[in-house]
Design a protein around this ligand. Structure first.
Ligand code: GLA
Ligand code: ZN
Length: 681
């Protein structure tokens, strides 16, 4: 039995929706032949197929799916089979209106769109389990079945009576008593103290929406309910197909603001513990008009690295576009060569797949102009199809790399809860919080220097890293403070900043300045946090150079830290802006001000040298060339990727063997615009 198939080859393919083409048999007939021509080996079936599989309640039509399964098996392809809960059939909403969501204003929604079921509704859970069971029974032993793709892009929240009941249950379990909630959320503020459980409602714009501890718990609850629904979904799959791995596709966001960061709404750190393999849908804004392609590549690399780090094992790119998306303000096609470059980048960062949304472009409705491998022309003789086929041909030569891992000595800490709390906080500069984006600026220095970085959560093991970068860790538990102390005591180097350790796990401020454990760790106390307008700057001196600051300045009093840089302006001119302290066998640094990347480059250069973090393979790199390495026991696989429109010459410390043709990649080489080469030592 094939199963998962990662021992054999990289997955190349994507979402295939034959259910949109059942009235066009001549089109369906061509698909498999075209897939072979496109060098595709995997299709994801059934993502929104519930109404095709069960058009009326209890009436099942599997023949069309049987056919496709058999045809895919006949060409030795893999099926990733989706459970269809992301798009429920009309009859379900009609017969059981409770499955539709209720929004924060208490409005009950009617049928339409997708990804919008109530995650508490007992009947929706039962109906989803029923169809999932049928799918598992019918296809569980099919030789093409490789993996389960559970639902699609879980997100959102519901405020119906079931969800409100679950919310109170969740709170009872967490806090035990109303008194504990009153304290944890400071309900004495504006005289909101609860005296009866029936008073406890979800946050709502029509009611309570200024209690930050409540908002934070609501977000935790939404994550937990999403995971709970997912676990209900997979019960029949685990029972009938225990050997078939299960995943659900995670997301990224921010493109509208020129950002590209992991989805903020669901704590994927938590969710990842329940999937067998992490997968995500990757839509960076390639070839945009507001940044260089190297900058886009850096952001994309960051998200890949974060999803790698959740399990520290290869992940899957479940969706990406072969050409263009349809949902942005401006939907630009990838320029020639960028498809292969951007897809190889996925593999370079630890993906074992390149999968697309979608195989064939929809004929109508909201995604009719979204890119696909096969467009409305149905032709193989267009640029997109040719580039996909060429990529598939090249990827098939790299199969020895699948399943290999990454090695990192540097980690950046990201905490979903800190992000939620920071964004909710009020005060300071509202548009400039930008916690994940700030982490990305620190990451950029390492990306430019080809030094690999993990992006981990506070629950993960810190001890294996030489350098831990944890700025803006606003919400911090005592346990995390202890963990940071232990990490540094044992020799780790820790970076922190303004906005760190301000609130506890229910978003209440720590009293008495910076918490004692952090004062010990950094040798400082924080006296004030000044906010700068977006066009305002202070200056700091660091190693005899001057750097502009932006957005935030913490004003420090130093206890037993070494002062490495001072502010130059404002009423805090001459006070410390950068400090360092030896702690145990390790070292800490506190960056009091936000700066641009020029300072970070200078600051990290010294640390990179002291800790010996330089990439040993790279003699002379280029900021536009990304070099990423995957390892197995004996071999290192090196991806050399030119993210620029000009030739780039780089120098390695040794020549490599070209994995695709066994020739030599010389130590000094010039990469053409957008070129990728993959070497081995
Ligand atoms: C998401 C969805 C897909 C499709 C793509 C379009 O990732 O999962 O069904 O809508 O977006 O980019
Ligand atoms: Zn609900």
């Amino acid at each position: 039995m094939v199963r998962f198939d990662l021992d054999r080859r990289f997955l190349h393919g994507g979402d295939y929706n034959p259910d949109q083409w059942l009235d066009y048999p001549e089109i369906l007939q061509k698909d498999i032949q075209l897939m072979k021509q496109a060098n595709i080996n995997t299709v994801t079936l059934g993502v929104f197929a519930w109404s095709a599989l069960e058009p009326r309640e209890g009436e099942y039509h599997f023949d069309w799916l049987d056919d496709i399964f058999d045809q895919v098996a006949a060409f030795d392809g893999n099926v990733i089979l989706a459970t269809p809960s992301g798009g429920r059939p009309q009859w379900l909403s009609q017969h059981y209106p409770e499955v539709n969501r209720t929004d924060a204003l208490g409005q009950k929604h009617v049928h339409g769109f997708r990804h919008n079921h109530c995650y508490s509704s007992p009947i929706y859970r039962a109906k989803v389990q029923e169809i999932n069971r049928k799918l598992a029974e019918r296809y569980g032993k099919h030789p093409a079945l490789s993996m389960w793709h559970v639902s699609n892009e879980y997100s959102g929240e519901c405020f119906c009576d079931y969800c409100q009941e679950n919310w109170r249950k969740w709170l009872k379990k967490k806090y035990g008593s109303l008194e504990a909630i009153n304290q944890a959320w400071l309900m004495s503020f504006w005289g909101s103290t609860y005296s009866d459980w029936r008073q406890v409602l979800p946050p709502s714009p029509l009611g309570e929406h200024k209690v930050h501890g409540m908002d934070l718990d609501w977000k935790r609850f939404v994550t937990d309910m999403t995971i709970d629904f997912y676990q209900a979904e997979i019960e029949p799959l685990r029972e009938i197909t225990p050997d078939v791995p299960v995943t659900t596709n995670f997301m990224a966001e921010g493109q509208a603001n020129h950002d590209f960061i992991p989805l903020e709404g669901i704590d994927y750190g938590k969710f990842s513990k329940y999937v067998d393999i992490v997968s995500w849908d990757s839509y960076p804004d390639w070839n945009n008009n507001y940044e260089t392609i190297a900058e886009t590549a850096m952001k994309s690399a960051y998200v890949h690295d974060q999803y790698w780090s959740l399990k520290q094992q290869p992940f899957l790119v479940m969706e990406s576009t072969p050409s263009v998306v349809n949902w942005d303000q401006f939907n630009k096609s990838k320029r020639p060569g960028v498809h292969i470059l951007s897809s190889m980048q996925q593999i370079a960062h630890g993906s074992d797949s390149t999968l697309y949304f979608q195989w064939r472009q929809s004929r109508g409705n909201s995604e009719k102009f979204h890119g696909a491998v096969v467009g409305h022309d149905g032709s193989t003789n267009n640029r997109v199809f040719r580039e996909v086929a060429e990529y598939g041909r090249r990827l098939a030569k790299l199969n020895e790399i699948k399943g290999t891992i990454k090695k990192t000595k540097v980690a950046i800490l990201f905490d979903w809860e800190s992000n939620w709390a920071l964004k909710r906080g009020g005060g300071f500069g509202r548009p400039t919080r930008r916690y994940p984006q700030t982490l990305q600026e620190h990451y950029a220095v390492f990306w430019e220097n080809d030094i690999p970085v993990d992006i981990i959560t506070v629950d993960q093991d810190f001890s294996k890293y030489d350098l831990l970068i944890a700025p803006m860790l606003y919400l911090m538990t005592e346990a995390t403070m202890d963990k940071l102390q232990a990490y540094t005591t044992n020799g780790g180097t820790l970076i922190s900043s303004y906005f760190t350790g301000m609130v506890n796990e229910t978003d209440l401020l720590y009293l008495g300045g910076l918490p004692k454990k952090l004062q010990e760790l950094f040798g400082i106390d924080v006296l004030e946090l000044d906010t700068l307008y977006e066009d305002e700057h202070n200056m700091i001196t660091f190693q005899d150079k001057e750097f502009a600051t932006k957005d935030y300045s913490a004003i420090l009093s130093v206890k037993d830290a070494e002062i490495l840089g001072n502010y130059q302006q404002e009423f805090y001119a001459g006070t410390p802006a950068v400090v360092g302290k030896k702690f145990g066998n390790g070292q800490t640094y506190y960056l009091a001000a936000r700066t641009a990347i020029d300072f970070l480059r200078e600051f990290y250069q010294g640390i990179i040298e002291t800790l010996g973090l330089k990439n040993p393979l790279v003699k002379n790199g280029s900021p536009a060339v990304s070099i990423q390495i995957r390892y197995d026991k004996n071999d290192s696989y090196i991806f050399l990727m030119n993210f620029s429109e000009t030739e780039q010459t780089i120098e390695l410390n040794q020549a490599l063997t070209d994995v695709e043709n066994q020739g030599e990649i010389p130590a000094q080489l010039t990469l053409k615009p957008y070129e990728v080469r993959i070497g081995k030592i």
